[in-house]
Write a protein that binds this ligand. Structure first.
Ligand SMILES: [Zn+2]
Length: 178
């Protein structure tokens, strides 16, 4: 893409501010009106409880990746759940290995607001030895513009944000040889 010559300027959200729009004499003409598009910044502070998932985020803040294991049937979950998906019994916390393998991946060229500046980026499902479910996370240290099937099965290791934000993005994976 680097060699591509642009044919139009970069689109921005800036432009003329409009405080009024033309309005037809005949209301029937409103049926042909183009949609109004407005710029509307918003900010909301949430007070949000992680509830029984809290230990997972406390783990990330301490560079530990936690999953759970069913006390009854022994099923293990890389995305922790406190009730077993197999039998419904209670689960207990376990520490997951910091290394796993790429099960599959996708390259995201669009995302929610927080991730737009980082597009394209790679999302991967990671499999861990002896764990029954996969872990969805970002795969970094690979070139998203050159995705390769050789990434499937690649050994990867967890990296943790030094200053935790208590978000799932506090952890990501990179090739194990980095
Ligand atoms: Zn179970």
């Amino acid at each position: 893409m680097a060699n591509e010559i642009p044919t139009r300027p970069e689109e921005t959200l800036d432009g003329t501010v409009v405080y009024n729009v033309p309005f037809p004499e005949n209301l029937a003409d409103l049926a042909r009106m183009a949609p109004l598009i407005i710029k509307h910044p918003y900010h909301i502070d949430y007070i949000h409880s992680y509830g029984q998932d809290s230990p997972f985020f406390a783990g990330l803040a301490n560079r530990r990746l936690l999953g759970t294991r069913c006390k009854a049937c022994g099923s293990t979950f890389a995305t922790p759940r406190l009730s077993c998906m197999q039998c419904g019994a209670d689960c207990e916390w376990i520490e997951l290995p910091k290394e796993g393998r790429v099960h599959c991946f996708t390259v995201c060229h669009f995302g929610s607001e927080e991730f737009l500046p980082e597009c394209p980026f790679v999302l991967a499902l990671i499999e861990f030895e002896g764990v029954n479910t996969l872990f969805l996370t970002r795969l970094m240290g690979v070139d998203p513009t050159r995705p390769s099937l050789e990434w499937i099965g690649m050994r990867v290791k967890a990296k943790f944000r030094r200053l935790s934000r208590f978000k799932p993005t506090d952890v990501w994976f990179v090739p194990a040889d980095r």
